[in-house]
Every structure is written in C-alpha cells, then in structure tokens.
Design a protein around this ligand. Structure first.
Ligand SMILES: Nc1nc2c(ncn2[C@@H]2O[C@H](COP(=O)(O)OP(=O)(O)OP(=O)(O)O)[C@@H](O)[C@H]2O)c(=O)[nH]1
Ligand SMILES: [Mg+2]
Length: 203
C-alpha cells in the first residue's frame, strides 16, 4: 500500500490496522509473508535493521497490516533509537485504528526489555496481542515447551491477556492460528464481539 518514513505520511487513521512488532531480525517480515501467503510482500534480510520504514499492506479496503521497523539493534545510532522509542509511544497512544498487535519474539531469546516495554503499552490500551515465538525450528521439543512456559510467566506481569504461539515460517508452524487471530482483530464478527462483552451477574 505504502511506505511511511515519518509520522505525517501515515495512511489516514480510519478502519482497522494491526501492527507487526519485534526486535530486529526476529522474523517479522518473514512471518508477514508466510501469513499472507506471499513470497516477497515484505522485504526480509540477513542484515538486522533492514526494515526502516513503516510498511503498510492493505488486506481489504479498510483493513491494513503494518510492518514496523525492528528495535534493539545495537548498531543503530542512539538518537535514532530514541526517536524510534518516541515514535512508537506516540503511535500506541494516538493511533485510533490500531486494533491489534503481533509481536515476534525469537524463541531462543524470549521476551527482552524492549519487547516488555511494548507489551506494557499494548496492555495499557487493552490491545489484543499475540506473541509469536519465532524460529522454533531451531529448538528441540523440550526447549519449545520451556520457551512457551517462560513467555507465559513474563506475560502474566506485562500483558495478562496476550496469547503465545510457537511459530516457524520455515516449518510452517502456527501460521493458520496467527492468521485467524489477525482476521478476528481486523474484522471482528458480531459473534466475536459478544464473547468480548462483559455480562454482569444479576444482583
Ligand atoms: N530458521 C528460521 N529462520 C527464520 C525464520 N523466520 C525468519 N528467519 C530468518 O531470520 C532472518 C531475519 O528475518 P526477517 O523476517 O527479515 O526479520 P525482521 O524481524 O523483519 O528484521 P528487520 O526488518 O531487520 O527488523 C532472515 O535471515 C530469515 O531468513 C524461521 O521461521 N526459521
Ligand atoms: Mg523486516
């Protein structure tokens, strides 16, 4: 749809928008391609920090995905890292169409400090969140179980309603579930709304 290098060039803040976030090299662009069944929708690379702009993809007329630049790459100059932090705080606070977040977390490293910060922002504004533990093809079964357990412990403190899924674009693990989550956030069905409604018990 478009690449937006700055705040002022973002698409109009209407409809629904779901953000892909994660540290540099965590596998965001690869996941986006796998989930959208496209080979080169979002550019991927071996060089961390490759995605520098916000890349928007139209899913339907009023539904968008956005691949946000990865954070936490040490070689990025400090002022740029600070600018990114400020941008993201602003984005989470102001972006009304933002309806969900998919956070890529390398399953070998788990949730780290900057991931935690974003999860707190997401929890503050009650943003439905899915944490994808990426590249699980690099872990054995026991390590995968441990990674899920550890992530759930961390999330209990950061975003108690976030869900965790093992994910591998390479071995096609978690793709269908991730797609279902995204579709449910972008185009909530009346049935999905009902499940969210809080019914008070009769007094
Ligand atoms: N083994 C394995 N490697 C993966 C998987 N997903 C991504 N990778 C590799 O991880 C590296 C980074 O992937 P990207 O999708 O470009 O990561 P990104 O988070 O978009 O990175 P930035 O845009 O730099 O922030 C590439 O070398 C990918 O091939 C996976 O499921 N398994
Ligand atoms: Mg990328």
């Amino acid at each position: 749809m478009k690449s937006a290098p700055t705040w002022t060039t973002l698409p109009v803040d209407a409809g629904t928008e779901l953000a892909f976030v994660g540290r540099s090299n965590s596998g965001k662009s690869t996941a986006l391609n796998a989930i959208c069944q496209q080979s080169a929708l979002a550019r991927t690379s071996r060089t961390p920090g490759r995605t520098r702009e916000l890349n928007y993809f139209a899913v339907a007329e009023t539904e968008r995905l956005v691949d946000l630049p990865g954070y936490g790459y040490a070689a990025v100059p400090i002022p740029m890292q600070q600018a990114w932090g400020e941008f993201i705080a602003h984005y989470f606070a102001e972006r009304r169409s933002l309806c969900g977040m998919v956070q890529m977390v390398d399953s070998r490293h788990g949730i780290r400090e900057l991931d935690a910060e974003l999860l707190r922002y997401a929890w503050q504004r009650q943003l439905p969140t899915l944490v994808l533990l990426s590249k699980t093809d690099k872990l054995n079964r026991q390590e995968q179980v441990n990674a899920v357990r550890k992530a759930n412990v961390d999330l209990a403190m950061l975003h108690p309603e976030a869900r965790v899924l093992l994910f591998s674009a390479k071995e096609k693990v978690g793709i269908e579930d991730a797609r279902r989550f995204i579709e449910a956030q972008l185009a909530p069905t009346p049935a999905a709304d009902v499940t969210r409604t809080h019914f008070e018990s009769p007094r």
